[in-house]
Design a protein around this ligand. Structure first.
Ligand code: 6GU
Length: 229
C-alpha cells in the first residue's frame, strides 16, 4: 500500500519509522511518503493560511498550496487514490472504516491545521480521488496530524503481513462489535491477586464460554452503546 501524507509538521510522522509499521516500511509492505505543504508555496514567507471570509476567529488554510500538493501527489494517479481529510466535522472513523481503507492501494491524507482548510479544496480533491472526511471522535485536536497517525496505525496493521500472527487480529476489541476479554499471564498469583481459575483448568470450552461472558459484561458496563445495535 502507498500512503502519502501532506502536513505543515512532517516530522510528527517520524514516529512511523518504529515498531510494526516501521518494519512494514522496511520490508516494502508499506510505502509511506510525507510531504511538507510549505514546499507547495511560492511566497517568501511560505504562507499556508489567511483570515476567513465573513470574519471570525482563527485562520483558514489557503487553497492554492493544497491544489498544487494534490495535483503533484494525486493528479493522474492510477488507480485514483482515496483522499482522507481528518476533521472533527467528519464521519466517524471506526474499525469498519479501517478495514475498508486497508483494501485501498493508495491513500492520501491531507492534514489541516488552524480552523480548517478552504472548503473548495474538498470539491477539487473529489476530481482526483474518492474524498473522505473522517473524525476519530467527539473532541477537538489542534490539527489532523495525531488523528492521521492513529488512522495509519489502525489501517496499516490490517494489511496482510504487517501483523505477524493474523489470529491476533481476530480476537480483539471491536472486531466482533464487543470489547475484548481480559488477559492474564504468569505468575498465577501476583501480589495476592489470582488469575481466574477457569483459565488454569485446561477446559477449552469453559474458557471460551467465560471469555464470551466477560466480553458481554464489559461491553454492557463500559460501552452499552455498542450493544444497542
Ligand atoms: Cl480527525 N481532527 C481533528 N483536528 N480533531 C479531531 C479529529 C480529527 N477527530 C477527533 N478530533
Amino acid at each position: 500500500m502507498r500512503i502519502d501524507v501532506v502536513s505543515i509538521f512532517p516530522t510528527i510522522f517520524d514516529a512511523l519509522e518504529v515498531s510494526l509499521l516501521g518494519k512494514a516500511r522496511q520490508t516494502g509492505l508499506l510505502d509511506v511518503r510525507v510531504h511538507d505543504l510549505r514546499t507547495y508555496t511560492h511566497d517568501r514567507h511560505r504562507t499556508v493560511d489567511d483570515t476567513p471570509y465573513g470574519g471570525g476567529a482563527g485562520m483558514v488554510m489557503k487553497p492554492e498550496p493544497w491544489g498544487l500538493a494534490l495535483d503533484d501527489i494525486a493528479g493522474g494517479a492510477d488507480p485514483r487514490p482515496v483522499i482522507v481529510f481528518p476533521s472533527p466535522a467528519g464521519e466517524r472513523f471506526t474499525q469498519a472504516t479501517a478495514r475498508e481503507l486497508s483494501q485501498a492501494s493508495h491513500l492520501v491524507f491531507g492534514c489541516g491545521r488552524y480552523e480548517g482548510i478552504d472548503e473548495r479544496v474538498f470539491d477539487y480533491a473529489a476530481g482526483l480521488g474518492e474524498v473522505r472526511l473522517l473524525s476519530l471522535g467527539d473532541y477537538v485536536l489542534n490539527g489532523g496530524e495525531v488523528a492521521v497517525m492513529a488512522m495509519i496505525e489502525a489501517i496499516g496493521r490490517l494489511i496482510p503481513g504487517v501483523v505477524g500472527n493474523p489470529e491476533s487480529l481476530v480476537e480483539e476489541s471491536h472486531e466482533d462489535g464487543l470489547l475484548e476479554y481480559p488477559s492474564f499471564t504468569k505468575p498465577a498469583v501476583w501480589r495476592e491477586r489470582e488469575v481466574p481459575p477457569v483459565l488454569l483448568s485446561g477446559n477449552h470450552g469453559a474458557v471460551a464460554t467465560w471469555r464470551r461472558e466477560q466480553q458481554l459484561e464489559r461491553t454492557r458496563q463500559r460501552r452499552p452503546d455498542l450493544l444497542a445495535d
